[in-house]
Design a protein around this ligand. Structure first.
Ligand SMILES: NC(=O)c1ccc[n+]([C@@H]2O[C@H](COP(=O)([O-])OP(=O)(O)OC[C@H]3O[C@@H](n4cnc5c(N)ncnc54)[C@H](O)[C@@H]3O)[C@@H](O)[C@H]2O)c1
Length: 317
């Protein structure tokens, strides 16, 4: 049987590298991982170098590029994703969402491949509707500190949809909510790596505001399965993927302290500008269309994640 050919842009990143693993484990796929390593890490994919079905291409997707042979699926995960990363690289983030998505859509059109965009819950901004359904248009400050990411993804969604409507490219748009697990960078600035690293070093956990803002965290294995279901579905409109289990950040911090057995306390800092107060996906569309629901609860997911952070936090001590 002919193996499916996948191009995973951003495949050396946190979610992308789990995606590479998942498809290679199936045995009927070949994976070409294209990444410029701006926020990704080669160590996330180094274990795949000896696999004949895996190939790494150091490539910035904002530059037009081609690859030889057939490609059946193009997955676009290439973008800085954490607030610290995209505020450090705002123009690169805007270019990844615009030129990067454009180049990968052009490649999909040439190769007659299915294109999947990793979009984000950030397109809802600081939502005035809760939980967020796909038909909510969002509440985004177009010139705020998060706009380089939010607006890049909003543009990418529009570009993706019109490549489908105008050129017939089969497209999928995943609106990914907060995802966590092994291979997140310890210093990527997101709540979970911050809390884990601080707890494992018995330092105070930094909570913004009073910690009453909520988040919903999805374990990466669940996310990969959701993305796979969406990829193989015929759905061209955006679909929310995330775990609807919602938790105030303060409770999340206390859970991390308890599960790591840490002696840390909590310190409070001012809330960053435009930080969303509420975040929970309505995943009824994913349930109905894809038959997908996340299976791994927060405590179970955190227990699977702690060993990775414990191992890596040792190296920064
Ligand atoms: N992790 C989450 O909670 C989350 C939530 C919503 C959406 N997403 C989306 O999922 C995707 C992956 O996120 P992640 O958490 O794994 O982040 P990540 O930073 O770990 O991975 C992104 C990868 O893209 C690569 N990249 C960035 N710009 C590139 C470019 N111009 N050319 C080639 N490669 C480039 C980076 O080097 C990195 O390997 C992103 O598109 C992100 O917007 C993630």
């Amino acid at each position: 049987m002919k193996k499916k050919q996948l191009l995973i842009a951003g495949g050396a990143g946190f979610i992308g590298s789990h995606f590479c693993d998942h498809f290679l484990q199936k045995g009927d796929c070949r994976v070409l991982c294209a990444d410029n390593l701006i926020t990704g890490q080669e160590k996330n994919i180094a274990h795949l170098y000896s696999n004949p079905d895996f190939c790494f291409l150091k490539q910035d997707v904002i530059e037009s590029f081609d690859v030889p042979g057939e490609i059946d699926f193009v997955l676009n995960l290439a973008s800085p994703a954490s607030p610290v990363d995209y505020q450090r690289y705002p123009i690169e983030t805007l270019k990844a969402g615009s030129f990067g998505t454009w180049n990968l859509l052009e490649l999909s059109a040439r190769k007659k491949a299915v294109f999947l965009l990793a979009s984000t819950s950030e397109i809802y901004g600081d939502p005035q509707v809760h939980p967020q359904k796909e038909d909510y248009w969002g509440n985004v400050n177009s010139v705020g500190p998060r706009s380089c990411y939010d607006e890049a993804k909003r543009y990418a969604e529009s570009l993706t949809l019109f490549y489908h409507q105008q050129y017939g490219v089969p497209v999928r748009i995943a609106r990914i909510f907060n995802t966590y697990g092994p291979r997140m960078r310890l210093n990527d600035g997101r709540a979970l790596p911050n809390f884990m690293t601080q707890a494992l070093q018995n330092e105070d956990l930094t909570v913004f505001g009073k910690g009453l803002q909520t988040r919903s965290f999805c374990y990466v294995e669940d996310m990969v399965l959701g993305l796979e279901r969406l990829l193989f579905s015929g759905e061209t409109m955006p679909v929310n993927l995330g775990n609807p289990e919602e938790i105030p950040i303060i409770d999340f911090a206390q859970t991390v302290i308890r599960l790591t057995g840490s002696k840390s306390a909590i310190t409070y800092r001012p809330l960053p500008k435009d930080d969303p107060m509420l975040r929970r996906p309505d995943i009824s569309m994913a349930k109905e269309l894809l038959g997908w629901v996340p299976k791994i609860g927060l405590e179970e997911g955190l227990k699977k994640t702690i060993p990775y952070f414990a191992e890596n936090a040792k190296n920064v001590l």
